[in-house]
Design a protein around this ligand. Structure first.
Ligand SMILES: [Zn+2]
Length: 108
């Protein structure tokens, strides 16, 4: 059963449902590569299906919210950064932050 940062949460049981298993399988079939790695021109097989927006235990948000495929590392690092700061810190090949929500890009 899935846990969040080592602590069981009220919505752990969501991940055991057939509905979620189907959503997860479909997401990884349609988007088998890590979205964040791809944006850095790195090809990594995704093994985590992540909710773009936190569902906070809301079943409707859990099953209808937008999903993205990530690798384990991006889920634990980049995704966490987005939740804490609201943007990614990746730098593109042009030397500029790639995330439109990065303060540098918002200031332009
Ligand atoms: Zn990744």
């Amino acid at each position: 059963m899935a846990t969040v940062r080592g602590n069981p949460t009220a919505w752990d049981s969501f991940y055991g449902t057939g509905r979620w298993q189907r959503l997860r399988r479909h997401q990884l079939r349609v988007h088998p590569l890590c979205k964040f790695c791809l944006s850095r021109a790195i090809v990594t097989v995704a093994n985590v299906v992540d909710h773009v927006t936190r569902h906070r235990g809301d079943w409707n948000a859990f099953v209808t919210g937008e999903l993205q495929s990530l690798c384990d590392l991006c889920h634990k690092s980049t995704k966490r950064q987005i939740e804490l700061w609201g943007y990614r810190n990746d730098i593109g090949l042009d030397g500029l932050p790639t995330d439109p929500k990065h303060p540098f890009n918002r200031a332009r």
